[in-house]
Write a protein that binds this ligand. Structure first.
Ligand code: SF4
Ligand code: SF4
Length: 197
């Protein structure tokens, strides 16, 4: 299912059209027209829109907001949320983290790292999350340039968190499915070392 635009919120800037790696968005009278055939549902346009006018039914803004709130309301700390796609061994990592007995770590399924909005990460930390992890592997990503745009945004986010003294609260882990055990260990170390009730 393709991205959708809320025309009432859109200001017609055309950024989504410029960024879409698949040429799926055409501007028509300053309104984005999305081709359902071309859209690969990477989420880059959704996470990049300055007016939050885009959404993706496969991974909607409300679904991610709920995942953030669930993680932020966890009674166990550090409250940790891991954003992970299907191409980086999310299920295997989640199984290993669960087997280690960590109940303070939640996983949010995303189509691509490009779906994550840096503002959403800042909001997540402001909402009470202690730790946000993004699992992302450009080499196995099926979304072409989307992940390159994601990297630029994540670098800006890292710089912003550095300024705020929160740099240690956000981690990007490069992970192929073959590296799931290694990544699970890293997450267990990050989120389990100081688990408190
Ligand atoms: S980026 Fe957002 S505001 Fe700009 S044209 Fe696309 S949907 Fe509209
Ligand atoms: S979700 Fe990705 S492929 Fe679909 S319109 Fe947005 S940027 Fe293009």
């Amino acid at each position: 299912m393709s991205a959708v635009v809320n025309e009432a919120a859109c200001m017609g800037c055309g950024l989504c059209s410029d960024l879409c790696p698949f040429g799926a968005i055409r501007m028509e009278d300053r309104v984005p027209r999305i081709s359902a055939e071309k859209c690969k549902s990477c989420g880059l346009c959704v996470s990049s829109c300055p007016r939050s006018a885009m959404d993706l039914s496969a991974c909607s803004n409300s679904t991610l907001a709920k995942a953030i709130w669930r993680a932020a309301l966890s009674a166990r700390r550090p409250r940790c949320l891991v954003f992970a796609c299907d191409h980086c061994g999310r299920e295997e990592v989640a199984k290993e983290v669960k087997a280690a007995g960590l109940r303070n770590v939640r996983f949010a399924r995303i189509p691509c790292g490009a779906r994550v909005d840096p503002v959403q990460v800042l909001e997540a930390l402001a909402s009470g999350l202690d730790l946000v992890v993004l699992m992302c592997e450009p080499d196995t990503c099926g979304y072409e340039d989307a992940v390159l745009h994601a990297d630029v945004k994540l670098e800006l986010l890292a710089a912003c968190l550095e300024e705020l003294g929160l740099r240690d609260r956000f981690h990007v882990l490069r992970c192929t499915p073959q590296e799931a055990s290694e990544i699970a260990k890293t997450i267990i170390e990050l989120a389990g070392g100081s688990e408190r009730h």
